[in-house]
Design a protein. Sequence first.
Length: 143
Amino acid sequence: MKLFTIGYEGATMDEFLSALREAGVERVIDVRALPLSRRPGFSKTPLKNALAQAGIEYVHLRALGTPADGRAAARAGHQERLGRIYAAQLELPEAIVAAEEMKALAGERPSALLCFERDPGGCHRTLLWRAAVPDAEIVDLFA
């Protein structure tokens, strides 16, 4: 399986959409717990609409997002703490179901995991794919 990841930090909507189109992404899987953004166009509804206009499907899997204490650890640069918190999140029944859904969706068509952070090394989406699809070929867009 090939799986893309993308963080929109510092990107315009045009840059974001161009990166997805150039990579051949057909589905964005939003793995933010709170699909809200201060960046214009990147909150759930406007993002879903912009992606639809570009011919890209949008799916939100809230259960794969980072809980508040994990987001605080990430902002503070405490990667080890984020890892522990997020590992516990992935053990929750709803996250287990969502991870299986993510794998099925990504297996159907080219898909990208979406979160805010541009650097995948500082984002839970890397922890997610390592736990859920460790053998996947990963392509980090904007990395």
